[in-house]
Write a protein that binds this ligand. Structure first.
Ligand code: KIV
Ligand code: ZN
Length: 386
């Protein structure tokens, strides 16, 4: 089995489904361009039948993309699939992504369909899609709350009808790493034609486990991961692409798989999506949060100044940031303060330095964060007084 994990980005489809996150055509094209530069393998550009705007966006992204596969979502209905194809057919590598729910709850309450009818719908929809498009992905919505025997039959049916990617979403973020990984292991071993398809993860973050669940499924045999930039998506969001890519890169010893993500493009992608959607990234967010490479405590700053690997497991440069950020605050020590003064061009005599450091600490007690301007004012005052 290959060690390459394909990255399927759904920022423009599931990500855009976050309330308040919609993007216009020009914005979607900019995001798609950056996703290609970042090296994602598949871009899900939208849900072509959802609106005229979505159709146009999928078509234009399909025309623009040079390397990545471009997918459109479609329900298990002929009209949806035809509309998806009309939009993605412009792509060098088009994909139709069709889905139907397989959990007892969704089949009964939402679809009002008996399980046998759902199997029939899978057969019909996937074979229709496959007749018009060589690359078909099928998703079992709410897979993690589906009956395993029924799920195995559904997967076998989809592969027999022509699906070459089988996605098992944790639609409501209900799985744990152990259960999600076990589901993949179980399906890959028991579905007789499983070797004809790539298994894919799609995790929502309702319990904050989306990335952990994704990685667990990769360990269990999944070779495609579905994710979004900054983890945007329905409710608590989707698995964050930057976290998955960096986890696989930094912990290759523990998870010996690779992606095609160009990690130095991650920060640019994060800032672009945040700027366009207006969704700010939480400061302590892994990889792309403002504090992900920031250090305030004296002990940590001293360690960082001696050797960054004391407190950083990856370099800021590896995700496209120019440098770490030693934030000055009440926990900072003399080493970081001395470094900051040097960066700002000051060389103080020892007594001036000690005095300035004390006044800096008093200021830091009164303020949450001390900025460069505060230091400049403080030292200029010190020099004038001295
Ligand atoms: O979460 C989900 O189940 C989905 C599918 C439509 C793939 O987004
Ligand atoms: Zn989803």
């Amino acid at each position: 089995m290959t060690d390459t994990v394909l990255v399927f980005d759904t920022t423009l489809r599931d990500g855009e489904q976050s309330p308040g996150c919609s993007m216009n055509l020009a914005e979607k094209l900019r995001v798609a361009a950056q996703l290609e530069t970042m090296g994602v393998d598949i871009i899900e550009a939208g849900f072509a039948i959802a609106s005229e705007g979505d159709f146009e966006a999928v078509s234009e992204v399909a025309k623009q993309c040079k390397r990545a596969t471009v997918a459109s979502l479609a329900r298990a209905a002929t009209a949806d699939i035809d509309r998806a194809w009309a939009a993605v057919r412009h792509a060098g590598k088009p994909r139709i992504h069709t889905f139907i729910a397989t959990s007892p709850l969704h089949m009964r309450v939402k679809l009002n369909m008996a399980p046998e009818a759902v199997l029939e719908a899978i057969r019909g929809s996937v074979s229709h899609a496959r007749n018009i498009c060589p690359d078909v992905e099928w998703s079992a919505e709410d897979a993690t709350r589906s009956d395993p025997d029924f799920l195995a039959r559904a997967i076998e049916t989809a592969i027999r009808a022509g699906a070459r990617t089988i996605n098992l979403p944790d639609t409501v973020g209900y799985a744990t790493p152990e259960t999600y990984g076990a589901m993949f292991r179980d399906m890959i071993s028991r579905v007789p034609n499983a070797d004809q398809a790539i298994f894919s993860t799609h995790c929502h973050n309702d319990l904050g486990l989306a990335v952990a669940n994704t990685l667990s499924a990769v360990m269990a045999g999944a070779r495609q991961v579905e994710s979004t930039v900054n983890g945007i998506g329905e409710r608590a969001g989707n698995a964050a692409v930057e976290e998955i890519a960096m986890a696989l890169k930094v912990r290759h010893d523990a998870m010996p798989y690779r992606t095609n993500v160009v990690s130095t493009e991650i920060t640019r992608a994060s800032r672009l999506v945040s700027g366009i959607t207006g969704f700010q990234v939480q400061p302590n967010k892994a990889i792309v949060g403002a504090n992900a490479f920031a250090h305030e405590s004296g002990i940590h700053q001293d360690g960082m100044l001696k050797d960054a690997s004391t407190y950083e497991i990856m370099t800021p440069e590896s995700v496209g940031l120019s440098e770490s950020n030693l934030v000055l605050g009440k926990h900072s020590g003399r080493a970081a303060f001395r470094q900051k003064l040097a960066d700002l061009g000051y060389a103080l005599a020892d007594n001036e330095f000690q005095d300035a450091f004390k006044r800096f600490k008093d200021l830091a007690d009164a303020k949450k964060q001390v900025f460069d301007e505060d230091i400049v004012a403080l030292v200029d005052d010190e020099v004038l007084r001295g």
